[in-house]
Design a protein around this ligand. Structure first.
Ligand SMILES: [Zn+2]
Length: 558
């Protein structure tokens, strides 16, 4: 492949990702040198091929440490519900889809923002049955932590009374004890996994491979050089190994329970052996949920949260948001209130973490709320888990004390500023930001936490440039259509954001690229047509190991 010289660009150079006018010499799979001379000044090195970037920017390849590739790949086979404004919109779309596709094993609907609906709630099984008689229907919320199933969909899960105990409140039941069709958290992921498994069987092996490969191509077009899927069901492990062998992208993944992402994992004995793609073995554990996240708040928050739900009901002129708000559990404790949604007791979580870590499996702990983040940090500290044997995901709602506890463990945190544009309106309406930091990047970084910026696609936008901008701009669109900022003091600097999306992210996976654009490092890089922090700037080439793995051809938008 020889020596390739990239000139005339701005290079986000070194481990600190500092932008400066420079050239980059790539020799084989690695970066050979970075220098400051150009046509007007110093010497340029000799190369076999020279590319003039004409003012474009060179960034290290984006390493997305939390991206649900194996789920998002199937989205094109369903219908998008993001623009639905009410229950009636939802049921209409289900009717249309049922008529349009009589063969599909499941009718799947994604990205439903039910909190913007006057009803606030998802359709019931009875309503879905009426819209699509006899069909298996799954409607998933935008955050992928709650869904609605038709009766035929519910029947595939064969829920028993034993499952009632196992999944507790994750299965909503009517007064007579029958499931209503609404599933939360672990029970929702059970339905999701079942639907995707049926879909994979329906598309057959070649179809499944094509679905996954198309998703990889989309990721490359966004400049992602390494994608890490936090949960791949053990029976999809071989499929991922085949995908990894057949695609240029660096790919790695974690495992968990066969039944679904949030179901309690069975222990390391049944985890697949060997490396999981380009990273070691890993398992995903949930300290709390997503829709049901575990928070600890000052007592006065009780009034604020209720006020938030009331405000939303007033704004939408409907009781839905208030009714939904009152369905939340709140535990009143001395001096504080808590949403009691931890999935494990401390000893249960400690046993799981200890079993996996001792077997050489890294743990990736989902903790959205500060109560869950505190539990994760406490358990890791108590067990003396080495920093490179664990990662904590999200910490979306945090407080300074918990940030310090997390920092003391030394583990990396995967962080999603892309949630701000997507959920900023909802979080602001809930008023939770009055008591906690929301995506508190500055708090985490100042506490000394290694921060890995990630998308959590499809819960968040996949586009790293969009997520980088969100990390410094922290904007969302308010209900009046005007742009607003959420806790601007939590912003990162551009260099901090790029470093979090590249070098620190790679380091957290023990993958190539931890040093950024530095001589001797692997040449995984992204060429952009302008400043990555300017709206409208796009990725034009994605290089992996010194070779372009994707390039923008005229008119072919990602
Ligand atoms: Zn996730």
């Amino acid at each position: 492949m020889g020596r390739r010289l990239l000139t005339g660009g701005i290079v986000w150079a070194g481990a600190a990702c500092t932008p400066r006018a420079a050239w980059v010499l790539v020799d084989g799979v690695r970066i050979a040198a970075i220098g400051e001379g150009d046509e007007s000044g110093g010497e340029l090195p000799v190369a076999d091929e020279c590319v003039d970037l004409k003012g474009g920017h060179i960034l290290p390849g984006f390493v997305d440490v939390h991206l649900h590739l194996s789920q998002a790949a199937w989205f094109p086979l369903g219908a998008d519900g993001l623009s639905w404004a009410s229950l009636a919109d939802a049921l209409h779309a289900v009717r249309v889809q049922a008529a349009a596709d009589s063969e599909a094993p499941w009718l799947l609907f994604w990205r439903v923002a039910r909190w913007t609906w006057p009803e606030g709630r998802l359709p019931t099984a009875a309503e879905l049955d009426e819209a699509a008689p006899g069909r298996r229907v799954l409607v998933s919320t935008l955050d992928m932590h709650r869904g609605a199933l038709s009766s035929a969909g519910l029947a595939t899960l064969e829920l028993t009374n034993h499952d009632s105990a196992r999944f507790g409140g994750d299965i909503t039941r009517d007064r007579r004890g029958r499931p209503t069709g609404e599933l939360w958290e672990a029970a929702y992921t059970l339905a999701l996994q079942r639907a995707l498994t049926d879909l994979a069987a329906h598309t057959r092996e070649a179809g499944t491979r094509a679905v996954l490969q198309a998703e990889v191509t989309r990721l490359l077009a966004y400049g992602i050089t390494h994608a890490h899927d936090p949960y791949v069901a053990p029976d999809w492990h071989e499929e991922m190994l085949a995908l990894h062998a057949g695609c240029p992208i660096r790919l790695s993944w974690g495992t968990g329970a066969p039944a679904g992402m949030q179901v309690r994992p069975p222990g390391p004995a049944t985890a697949p052996d060997g490396w999981y793609g380009d990273s070691g073995r890993e398992v995903k554990l949930f300290a709390d949920g997503g829709d049901r996240c575990a928070l600890r708040l000052p007592s006065r928050a009780l009034v604020g949260l209720l006020g938030g739900a009331l405000g939303e009901s007033w704004r939408l002129r409907a009781a839905g948001p208030l009714r939904e708000g009152l369905r939340r559990k709140l535990a009143i404790r001395p001096g504080h209130v808590a949403t009691p949604y931890l999935r494990y007791t401390d000893p249960e979580l400690a046993t799981l973490v200890s079993d996996y870590v001792q077997a050489g499996v890294r743990v990736r702990i989902h903790a959205l709320g500060n109560l869950a983040g505190g539990q994760a940090a406490r358990v890791l500290a108590q067990l003396g888990v080495p920093p490179d044997a664990a990662t904590i995901d999200h910490l979306l709602l945090l407080d300074p004390g918990t940030a310090d506890q997390v920092a003391a463990t030394g583990v990396a945190v995967s962080y999603q500023p892309g949630f701000l544009p997507r959920y900023g309106d909802m979080l602001t309406a809930a008023r939770v930001g009055r008591y906690l930091t929301v995506a508190g990047g500055r708090l985490l970084l100042d506490a000394g936490v290694p921060l890995a910026l990630s998308s959590d696609h499809p819960c968040g936008s996949v586009d790293p440039l969009h997520n980088l901008r969100a990390a410094i701009q922290r904007q969302f669109t308010g209900p009046d259509g005007q742009p607003r900022q959420l806790q601007p003091g939590q912003a990162l600097t551009p260099s901090e954001a790029v470093r979090a999306a590249t070098g620190t992210a790679a380091a957290s996976l023990h993958a190539p690229g931890a040093g950024g654009l530095t001589p001797g490092e692997i040449a995984d890089l992204v060429l952009c047509d302008g400043d990555p922090f300017h709206t409208g700037t796009r990725v034009v080439q994605t290089w992996i190991g010194g070779t372009p793995a994707w390039q923008h051809t005229n008119g072919a938008a990602p």
